[in-house]
Design a protein around this ligand. Structure first.
Ligand SMILES: NC(=O)c1ccc[n+]([C@@H]2O[C@H](COP(=O)([O-])OP(=O)(O)OC[C@H]3O[C@@H](n4cnc5c(N)ncnc54)[C@H](O)[C@@H]3O)[C@@H](O)[C@H]2O)c1
Length: 440
């Protein structure tokens, strides 16, 4: 190890390295917390002034995280949140946790990565370690990041160090968080990998060192492709079995009793969250550069994207059976978060369902205990302002149908089934369909 790398390693081992997290969202904020827990001085940088102000005031804006930790960080002398890029020059470790969405054409949108790279390049000095955590295509770190950062004249692996370590955050998971989820690490070169490994081993329970940054990038994508494909598989089976008069949830309950060789995935009204509907397309896009097609990913996309339409069709048929049209019907959407018990609405199928129902002339309301106001989403700019209504027996009985999009635990499903005239259950809440419960 060169002298410059040894100095950084020494700073890490003595918890003297200033850890800077760029992007303080669902991934960056918990990471800042565990680095602070481990005794590092932490600088949080975000272009969102509101987040910076809230953190400086000790206020946590992500519901499932530890609010008392944010208060503690704000009170301590070893945490600062800032939107001032000039402060980044003091950093020893810079970790990028910025968004990696898709463009309208479902291709990687690297604008956030590139903008943050400019910020990092402006602050780069010898002896720093830069780590990308955002999910992305294999080659991002050692092609895009390395070449941009080397344009400063500094050399990767000699003057500064560069690695990739994917975040595996599962929002709302009470068992696994940033600290106890094993962290995969791949360096662009061996010294970068060693330094990143030393750092992460000091803040999380277990690290898994892989050959290089590309392997680490591909590991993250493989995990998410696996989920996307399996979700599509059970959604496809749901549609097939429904035609055969078989309840897919009954089938899955039975199949899950097999103690080996089967892993349960659940069907639903589509797919959601910031990862599963987006990340697989990072791989299919990059695969094209190598003349490879990715049929599983494309097919999974087609199946999952069709699900909101399928659910609406089931609703239309059920209303039709009751001599009602969707036009003019009062439809209550239960849950707009993309999964149960969290407040994250990103990529939730609820938005498409609400949009389609409104276009069909339905009167739409929603209830979500975690999302009091329907957030403005870039992909759904025409949705009206809506507030979550209370789930009272009178509200439930006043609607023509309740469509369960998210199976939040706090909902009283017995009361719902007693009071609702019709329920479209996309989550397998109710064991048996009945005259008023339609599984979709
Ligand atoms: N949310 C998850 O559960 C999850 C899990 C695993 C991986 N990821 C990946 O992690 C990355 C971040 O996701 P997230 O959920 O934390 O996103 P997020 O939107 O919650 O947070 C991103 C933050 O980056 C900030 N930002 C944007 N541009 C910036 C810039 N130029 N400089 C500094 N800050 C900037 C935003 O203001 C925001 O606060 C994505 O690549 C995502 O795919 C997310």
């Amino acid at each position: 190890m060169s002298e410059i790398a040894e100095i950084l390693k020494h700073k890490i081992e003595n918890r003297e390295a200033l850890v800077t997290i760029l992007g303080l969202g669902y991934v960056g904020l918990p990471l800042a917390m565990v680095a602070h827990d481990a005794g590092y001085p932490v600088l949080g940088y975000d272009v969102d002034h509101q987040k910076v102000d809230l953190l400086q005031a000790g206020r946590c804006y992500i519901k499932h995280l530890r609010p008392e930790k944010v208060e503690e960080m704000a009170r301590s002398k070893t945490f600062e949140a800032t939107d001032d890029a000039k402060k980044l020059a003091a950093a020893d470790i810079l970790i990028l946790c910025i968004p990696t969405p898709l463009t309208k054409q479902r291709e990687p949108d690297m604008t956030f990565v590139d903008a943050t790279l400019e910020t990092v390049a402006g602050a780069l000095r010898p002896g720093q370690l830069v780590v990308l955590e955002s999910t992305t295509y294999p080659g991002t770190t050692d092609e895009r990041l390395k070449s941009r950062l080397e344009m400063t004249g500094l050399v990767c692996g000699k003057d500064f160090f560069l690695a990739y370590s994917p975040e595996r955050e599962d929002p709302g998971n009470k068992e696994y968080g940033t600290f106890n989820t094993p962290k995969v690490i791949g360096g662009v070169d061996p010294v970068s990998g060693d330094l990143a490994e030393t750092f992460y081993a000091s803040i999380v329970q277990k690290v898994v060192r892989v050959r290089d940054a590309r392997t680490a990038e591909a590991t993250k994508l493989t995990e998410n492709v696996f989920r996307a494909v399996n979700i599509a598989l059970v959604n496809e089976l749901k549609v097939i079995y429904d035609r055969m008069g078989i309840d897919v949830w009954d089938v899955l309950d039975a199949a899950s009793t097999k103690p080996f060789g089967f892993m349960r995935f659940n069907p639903g009204p589509g797919w959601g969250g910031h990862c599963i509907p987006l990340d697989p397309f990072y791989l299919s896009w990059k695969a094209k550069e190598y003349g490879q097609s990715s049929n599983f990913i494309e097919h999974a996309g087609e199946v999952n994207i069709r699900m909101p339409e399928y659910v609406i069709e089931k609703l239309i048929r059920a209303l039709n059976d009751r001599k009602k049209s969707v036009k003019g019907s009062r439809i209550l959407i239960l849950g707009v978060a993309y999964k149960k018990d969290i407040d994250d609405p990103r990529e939730s199928p609820a938005f498409e369902i609400i949009d389609k129902l409104l276009r069909l002339g339905a009167e739409v309301q929603y209830h979500d205990p975690h999302i009091p106001q329907l957030p403005q989403m870039r992909a759904w700019p025409n949705l009206p302002e809506m507030r979550s209504i209370e789930l009272t027996p009178s509200e439930i009985s006043a609607c023509d149908a309740v469509l369960i999009v998210t199976d939040h635990s706090s909902v009283d499903y017995d009361s719902l089934s007693r009071n609702a005239p019709l329920i479209i259950d996309t989550r397998g809440i109710y064991a048996r369909p009945s005259s008023k419960i339609v599984k979709a």
